[in-house]
Design a protein around this ligand. Structure first.
Ligand code: UN1
Length: 523
């Protein structure tokens, strides 16, 4: 029963043979329809008039995965007009009905998760377990956010009275139309999470998925459509951020933006949303420069495994990825030996194949950024694992492959500050945990962090002093990665988030898509 088994990012020692078999069968099915055209969707209509772009497989750029129709500015205008209208009715629909439609969409995603996962693997190069996790997480995000609506009584609460004949309620109400802009790395989960929260809150969504994942985005559209979400509440526009994304955020009918992506773009969206006729909400989840600390009493096998998984899973392209490692001097040599052994065990190749843990990165530009970090590291530090250009090898030459790399580097180097979004770990020794954490806190990001130690006091100290929203201790399944809806809220501090300090996957997320209103009625 492969569909009944739940894959998360952090499991598992279960027997997965049935899942692998089902995935292999699905790869054959999906490959038979490769090259399909995906339309933008405006008001339930398929728009096939835009320029047709080609999407290739990052593991083998000779393989055309899909074609997608780029939206035009006229499509953007039309989509907002339709969204505005559709939202009026949707905002008045009882919240339990909204929850029920979103729950149906969650079940549809669960039913179709093999297909969704295969599409993702081919489009963005995630390994099969990561892709299945992404599909599963998408469904759980929808269900969890629905639960939040129910637990909070649709965000309607009675307030106090100043006189016996008055009655006041506090209600959260939709803003209107949200522009939702999602990245390539979790092409289903991040789109699904932002969009479902907006929809549950009574808003309409104009969605711009990553151009790298048109097939996956279309599956999200189909899930909402087949669940009975009324037309115009989830429309899809393909195109570049600089054209369509910008038109969506600057549109006068856009009442708010939810964005996951780079800090640079996120900051410019915040500025846009705060510089019009009045300030509008910008919920942004941005990058990371996540650190782990391996202390003197750590279980070094657990630590090496957790660090490898978080640094090299999805080829380092998670905003939660581990990219800085502080190791206590007393265990430095033995830990590094174990970490290198873990890195050597990472099998790189076509992510559609069961045996490969690491697929390609998303583009040639990411490979170049990775190689430039390596080149600089060679000059000022010491590469202790990796550091080669894999594209010189025959088996990798047709894809965007980047070698997992570990380098010892001086603390002042840019490798401790800049997000590369590639499989690269900068390592340094420490003597005093407090000093190491202070150094880690100099980064502008504050998303995730991990510690490995058996000293309770060190765990507490880390949790109280490391500046980030998502913290883990002694997690072999992922030192800094693998947050799950309703289990770890995913809150970006500092440059990793957007002002409110409340994250996806957590109990305060949905409420951010609504504005507060108090209603006093005198008797
Ligand atoms: C992202 O990479 O943008 O915790 C967010 C994790 C994932 C992160 C997704 N859920 O590793």
């Amino acid at each position: 029963m492969p569909n009944k088994f739940k894959i998360t990012y952090s499991a598992l020692n279960a027997d997965l043979s049935l899942i692998h078999k089902a995935f292999d069968e699905e790869v054959i099915k999906v490959r038979a329809e490769l090259g399909r055209e995906f339309p933008s969707i405006v008001g339930g209509k398929e728009i096939k008039t835009g320029v047709l772009n080609i999407k290739t497989n990052p593991a083998n750029t000779n393989e055309v995965i899909a074609k997608y129709h780029v939206a035009t500015e006229a499509n953007v205008n039309e989509a907002f007009k339709i969204a505005k209208n559709a939202q009026k009715a949707w905002g008045a629909v009882p919240y339990l009905e909204r929850v029920s439609i979103v729950n149906k969409a969650a079940d549809i995603i669960r039913d179709r998760k093999m297909r969704i996962a295969v599409l993702m693997t081919l489009e963005v190069g995630k390994n099969r377990m990561e892709s299945l996790g992404d599909a599963e997480e998408s469904a759980d995000l929808l269900s969890y956010y629905g639960e939040q609506m129910v637990n909070n009584n649709g965000y309607s609460h009675p307030l106090g009275k100043l006189s016996p004949n008055e009655d006041t309620r506090d209600v959260l109400r939709p803003y209107g139309v949200f522009s939702v802009i999602a990245p390539f790395n979790f092409p289903m989960a991040l789109g699904a999470g932002m969009a479902s929260a907006a929809i549950l809150g009574g808003n309409a969504v104009v969605f711009k998925p990553s151009d790298d994942a048109p097939g996956t985005a279309h599956e999200l559209y189909l899930a909402f459509r087949d669940a009975g979400l009324p037309e115009g509440l989830f429309q899809v526009l393909y195109g570049k951020g600089a054209a369509i994304g910008e038109a969506m955020t600057k549109h006068p009918m856009c009442d708010g933006v939810a964005f996951t992506g780079s800090k640079k773009i996120g900051m410019s969206i915040i500025q846009t949303m705060h510089s019009g006729r009045y300030a509008k909400p910008a919920l942004v989840e941005l990058g990371g420069k996540n650190a782990a600390f391996v202390c003197a009493t750590a279980d070094l096998d657990k630590a090496a495994q957790g660090c490898m998984k978080s640094a090299f899973g999805l080829s380092g392209q998670k905003c939660s990825a581990l990219s800085r490692l502080y190791v206590h001097e007393s265990v430095y040599a033995s830990f590094i030996e174990k970490l290198i052994a873990q890195a050597k065990s990472v099998k790189i190749g076509d992510p559609a194949k069961q045996e490969n843990y690491m697929g390609p990165v998303i583009s040639g530009a990411t490979v170049e950024r990775h190689l430039s970090a390596i080149e600089d590291a060679r000059k000022i530090g010491k590469i202790i694992h990796g550091g080669n250009d894999l594209r010189t090898q025959a088996e990798f030459k047709n894809g965007h492959f980047a070698e997992p790399t570990i380098a010892e580097l001086p603390r002042e180097s840019r490798h401790f500050q800049d997000e590369f979004f590639s499989p690269f770990i900068a390592v340094t020794k420490f003597t005093d945990l407090s000093e190491a954490i202070d150094h880690a806190n100099t980064a502008e990001y504050g998303l995730t962090g991990g510690i490995f130690t058996t000293e309770k006091k060190e765990i507490e100290f880390f949790m109280d002093h490391y500046e980030a929203g998502v913290l883990y201790a002694n997690r072999a399944s992922g030192a800094t990665t693998g947050a799950w809806p309703g289990v770890q809220s995913f809150c970006g501090w500092k440059g990793s988030g957007g002002g409110s300090g409340k994250g996806g996957c957590g109990p305060y997320y949905v409420s951010q898509f609504m504005r507060e209103q108090s209603r006093t009625i005198m008797g």
